[in-house]
Design a protein around this ligand. Structure first.
Ligand SMILES: *[C@@H]1O[C@H](CO)[C@@H](O)[C@H](O)[C@H]1NC(C)=O
Ligand SMILES: *[C@@H]1O[C@H](CO)[C@@H](O)[C@H](O)[C@H]1NC(C)=O
Ligand SMILES: *[C@@H]1O[C@H](CO)[C@@H](O)[C@H](O)[C@H]1NC(C)=O
Length: 360
């Protein structure tokens, strides 16, 4: 009995894996969401809703002879703009609550499923979120009541990001979504104890999004959990290097990134650009720069007083700042020390910028 149930659940999970035939929307609990629907103008339209694993279709709202009325459970939370845009029968659901999760069907008035205009699967996310600096490893939490008798082969775990597969464990076999090969993992030992947390190594800005954890084991119900991942830049680092020595900056990757420099009273200049083809070095480098792909390091050799300032590493694709390094030069004669007095101002400026960046 338990196993039969289990295979039904596996089927459900696999159905979720395959491309869904209807549209899908997702929203954090408490936020508004648009359920799209359009058809001929001036028609009578009804919207229905069904919760996952329930069989009843409930009325969300109806539009009969120009009168719009919400169904029970949706009063004061649904609106349509059919009046301003004839034929646009989209519903705005605001605020979304946790048990709004399920399937929505929009149809012309009449028997259920006969005149369907659109189907939308709505996924509601927890407001929980995790932040990580780009390039670092992150663990996205997911805990559930996995049966104590479950064996590794019984586990079904599926992690999705914005509706697309990230990681799947099924029948002792792991498969990955594009871009997550070898980077995403769930510990099988932990999973047997009900910890299905997903570890992502070498996070990148594009990893940001809503992650959903779906799991089952015999005698456990299919259960979803979710978390939002924010990938941020690194906090400002302060470095001091002796004149004549080298500055070395660790990079999360050498893929498409740019290193720029801003000195006291100097506009931002390019140091290195690894956007396309061979690395291009800026004039300020004067043959002293090197971007080491293997070591994921940017080097500036034989630093001088003119090299004091802020080094910014930017992702070329998104223009998002990966890190800011404020460099101070030591080992200078005391008279030259005054010039470096400008640096703390730049530093303050960048740390303010950094804070604004994080808040956004
Ligand atoms: C219908 O209205 C919704 C909600 O305002 C809007 O987001 C959507 O783009 C409109 N659809 C069309 C086809 O104009
Ligand atoms: C599970 O894997 C085994 C061995 O890899 C295979 O023989 C079996 O058919 C698989 N079962 C399912 C349900 O895919
Ligand atoms: C859950 O598993 C992850 C690794 O998959 C681990 O980092 C984390 O510490 C575990 N949590 C607990 C409470 O053991």
């Amino acid at each position: 009995m338990g196993f039969a149930h289990f295979y039904v659940l596996v089927g459900l999970l696999l159905a979720l894996l395959s491309a869904s035939p209807s549209a899908s929307e997702s929203v954090s609990v408490g936020h508004p969401v648009n359920l799209p629907c359009s058809g001929e103008s001036d028609r009578d339209v009804e919207w229905y809703f069904k919760q996952h694993m329930h069989s009843d279709w409930l009325l969300v709202a109806e539009l009969h002879t120009g009168r719009f009325s919400p169904g029970p459970g949706f009063q004061g939370r649904v609106e349509s703009i059919y009046e301003e845009q004839p034929g646009n029968y989209s519903l705005v659901l605001s605020p979304a609550v946790y048990n709004d999760q399920g399937s929505y069907e929009c149809q012309y008035k009449g028997p259920l499923h006969r005149n369907a205009l659109n189907d939308v699967k709505l996924v509601i996310f927890n407001p929980g979120s995790v932040s990580i600096a780009v390039g670092m490893s992150v663990s996205l939490p997911c805990y559930g009541g996995i049966s104590k008798q479950a064996r590794a082969v019984d586990l079904v775990i599926l992690w999705k990001r914005d509706g697309k597969k990230v990681f799947q464990l099924y029948n002792n076999t792991i498969t990955y979504g594009p871009g997550f090969e070898g980077r995403a993992s769930v510990s099988p030992e932990q999973a047997l104890r009900g910890n299905m947390s997903l570890t992502i190594k070498q996070t990148w800005f594009s990893d940001q999004g809503h992650y959903q954890c779906l799991y089952s084991s015999p005698e456990e119900r299919w259960a979803p959990d979710s978390v939002r991942l924010h990938v941020t830049g690194h906090p400002l680092q302060i470095r001091t290097v002796k004149a004549g020595e080298e500055l070395s900056i660790q990079l999360p990757t050498t893929d498409p990134l740019r290193v720029t420099f801003t000195g006291p009273g100097l506009d931002e200049v390019l140091m290195a650009d690894a956007h396309k083809g061979p690395v291009a070095y800026g004039e300020h480098c004067g043959q002293r720069c090197e971007l080491l792909g293997q070591e994921k390091t940017f080097l500036l050799r034989r630093v001088t007083l003119e090299d004091a300032g802020v080094y910014t590493v930017t992702d070329s694709e998104t223009s998002r700042i990966i890190s800011n390094i404020s460099l101070q030069i030591s080992g200078l004669p005391p008279s030259a020390g005054e010039t470096t007095g400008v640096v703390p101002w730049i530093l303050l400026f960048f740390s303010i910028l950094g804070n604004i960046g994080l808040a956004v």
